[in-house]
Design a protein around this ligand. Structure first.
Ligand SMILES: Nc1ncnc2c1ncn2[C@@H]1O[C@H](COP(=O)(O)OP(=O)(O)OP(=O)(O)O)[C@@H](O)[C@H]1O
Ligand SMILES: [Mg+2]
Length: 233
């Protein structure tokens, strides 16, 4: 088991009002498993990914990553754990505009030590993803699909156990969405990562070994799939 979250509660207060978003939610992720999460806008998908990815804290409940209860360790250790075990692909890529594509990919390595190994790995990943010629481009000099692929490399650079992707195809046309999903499939095969993907797209949801819908604060099972071997892609 790579990740286990138990009895997660999260609410946001809005002035006087308290808005419950996650209410006693449970989820577990196994090695090399792909989990997809659908759910209406505002149901809490991004909130959940941030909590599972240790970018935000639940009001109560536990998140255990590779046997470590993340609430039991100090921020510095947590930052290291996050860098080592977790990759994040955000909906709006979040590349830093003042750094080149290559530098952006290396940013997560800094916390663990920016070694020659990592530079070599970054070179290999740029080859792997077909962006060898774009390494020195700034984000503003890349297409939307290319930016997202750079963001995928940034998530991969530390070879994490699990990758969270928040609505990764939301801003892509059908052709680029298909390419991205093919890339995820290759990554899952070649690097044995687990994926948790939120999506509004039925075809993306169908890629999940386990498929959920987040509604009224909990995850409901919507089915099981064959993961990336799904015929559609
Ligand atoms: N920092 C915050 N402060 C107050 N309310 C918040 C905050 N972040 C999220 N919310 C509220 O929590 C709810 C869940 O938001 P979240 O972004 O997780 O939804 P989502 O399922 O990702 O939606 P979408 O599909 O539109 O991306 C929303 O009603 C949102 O307004
Ligand atoms: Mg969201």
């Amino acid at each position: 088991m790579i990740l286990e979250a138990k009895n997660i509660y999260k609410s946001f207060s809005n002035g006087e009002k308290k808005l419950p978003v996650l209410t006693n939610l449970n989820i577990s992720v196994d090695k090399q498993e792909t989990i997809t999460i659908m759910g209406p806008s505002g149901s809490g998908k991004s909130t959940l990914l941030h909590i599972l990815g240790t970018l935000d804290k639940p009001d109560s409940g536990t998140v255990i990553i590779n046997q470590i209860d993340v609430s039991s360790i100090k921020e510095e250790k947590l930052a290291q754990l996050r860098s080592r075990e977790i990759g994040f692909i955000f909906q709006f890529h979040h590349l830093l505009p003042e750094f080149t594509a290559f530098e952006n990919v290396l940013i997560p390595t800094q916390i663990l030590g920016n070694t020659d190994d990592k530079i070599k790995r970054a070179e290999e990943l740029f080859d792997y993803i077909g962006l060898k010629e774009r390494k020195e481009h700034y984000p503003s000099q890349l297409s939307g699909g290319e930016r997202l692929r750079v963001a995928v490399l940034r998530a991969l650079i530390n070879n994490p156990s699990i990758i969270f992707a928040d609505e990764p195809t939301g801003n892509l046309d059908a052709e680029n969405a298909k390419k991205l999903l093919q890339l995820f499939e290759n990554i899952s095969k070649d690097f044995e990562q687990s994926f948790v993907i939120t999506t509004h797209n039925e075809d993306v949801a169908a890629l999940g070994d386990r498929q959920y819908v987040l509604d009224h604060g909990v995850l409901n099972n919507r089915g099981y799939g064959t993961g990336f071997s799904n015929e559609k892609f």
